[in-house]
Design a protein around this ligand. Structure first.
Ligand SMILES: *Cc1c(COP(=O)(O)O)cnc(C)c1O
Length: 381
């Protein structure tokens, strides 16, 4: 059997161990320490448009915990409703349930695979008419593709509902030159093992408000009041990133631009291949306003093509030890969320049925690419 080609695997830059070594040397093994503040500064610098803009970053244990804290900071409580893109990874929606709030799912549109402005508006109007104004909107840049930022934020501003920008998959992407991760009232990033860069496991909360960052760090470190003893007047969490993980992150930030470049090249590679086949299209930026890190490249098959399908290609590649994966199964189709309200049509459902994520790692070799190319060509023979 040939070695496995993974969908998306960690890709170290080289300096990660240097930062970890420093942590060992200084005995900064406990959470907090110079790598944590160093990583926060690195991310902030990367996201800032000009030197002046204030971008505050709180390094946390995961993207999921960052979303949980973002919801708390926006005042979401039990019984509230939160709008959420249906087509996404479950981690976008689970933190709503942690708080005893109800997710209200919204369909996608085809250009970006993300929140449909039309159905978002329908959902907001209908929930308000039922007497419950949603407390927040969770908008996702799926597979690194920015959502329709102007339209979504215009709707959000009109109804005065804050946007939590789930940028877990979109570090390195931008919209009209503005970096993803800075577009929301609060934004979150993920450094899980399969993301564009990794800390082995980790995430961050990003905000322009210094006080919000302070509050996030306070809640993430067990909500300790200022006192020599341990005193608490609020429920806290143990959500901070460790100094060891942050060391990996510092090494990874040094090579982020290279990783984005390599993933974008994978997308070009696939577009060339699928140009020859009528039945399937590779997703790409709708226009020049969008810059996608192409964390994962997505190919969509036409409805009802007789001989070819996403699942057919997946199985074909699997036989050759090449990993590919269906798109995220929409949340309104998940058993665990079967009671949650949903606004939309069948776009997300069709995208799920017809789409496939192809191996997109920044560390795929020429030999890997050759195997992938042959496998796809063979499938269409
Ligand atoms: C990965 C991911 C998350 C969660 O991040 P973790 O660091 O794995 O907790 C949230 N939303 C989306 C869209 C993701 O892909």
């Amino acid at each position: 059997m040939k070695p496995k080609i993974w969908l998306s695997s960690p890709h170290m830059g080289g300096n990660e161990q240097k930062y970890i070594h420093e942590a060992f040397k200084e005995n900064w093994i406990a959470p907090l320490g110079p790598n944590v503040s160093g990583l926060e500064e690195d991310i902030s610098k990367y996201l800032r448009q000009d030197g002046k803009e204030n971008i505050e970053v709180a390094a946390l244990s995961s993207g999921t915990t960052a979303l949980h804290l973002a919801l708390i900071l926006l005042g979401v409580k039990g019984g509230d409703e939160v709008l959420c893109q249906s087509m996404t990874f479950a981690a976008s929606a689970n933190p709503i349930a942690y708080l005893g709030a109800t997710p209200v799912f919204v369909d996608s549109e085809e250009d970006t695979l993300n929140l449909s402005p039309k159905f978002l508006k329908d959902a907001i109007r209908d929930r308000i008419s039922k007497g419950k104004k949603p407390k927040a909107i969770i908008a996702v840049h799926l597979y690194g593709m920015p959502y329709k930022v102007d339209e979504i934020h215009e709707i959000a501003a009109h109804y005065e509902i804050p946007v939590i920008e789930d940028s877990a998959e979109a570090l390195g992407s931008s919209y009209k030159g503005i970096k993803c991760g800075t577009l929301g009232e609060i934004s979150i990033l993920s450094f899980n093992g399969n993301k564009i860069i990794t800390t082995s496991g980790g995430g961050a909360l990003v905000t322009k408000d210094e006080n919000l960052k302070k509050k996030a760090v306070f809640l993430a470190t067990q909500a300790r009041d200022e006192a020599p003893h341990y005193q608490h007047s609020q429920i806290g969490y143990n959500y901070r990133m460790s100094n060891i993980c942050a060391g990996i992150g510092r090494g990874q930030m040094e090579v982020l631009d290279q990783r984005v470049q390599a993933r974008r090249e994978m997308n070009t590679f696939y577009r060339k291949i699928f140009n020859d086949f009528e039945v399937a299209t590779v997703h790409n930026e709708p226009d020049n306003d969008y810059f996608c890190n192409h964390w994962l490249t997505v190919v969509s098959f036409k409805d009802h093509s007789a001989n070819y399908s996403a699942e057919g290609l997946r199985r074909h590649m699997e036989k050759e030890n090449i990993e590919s994966r269906p798109l995220w199964k929409p949340m309104h189709m998940q058993p665990v969320f079967s009671d949650a309200p949903y606004y939309g049509g069948t776009t997300a459902e069709r995208l799920f049925q017809n789409g496939l994520c192809l191996p997109s790692g920044s560390n795929l070799s020429e030999e890997d690419k050759e195997r992938i190319l042959k496998s796809i060509q063979q499938y269409f023979k």
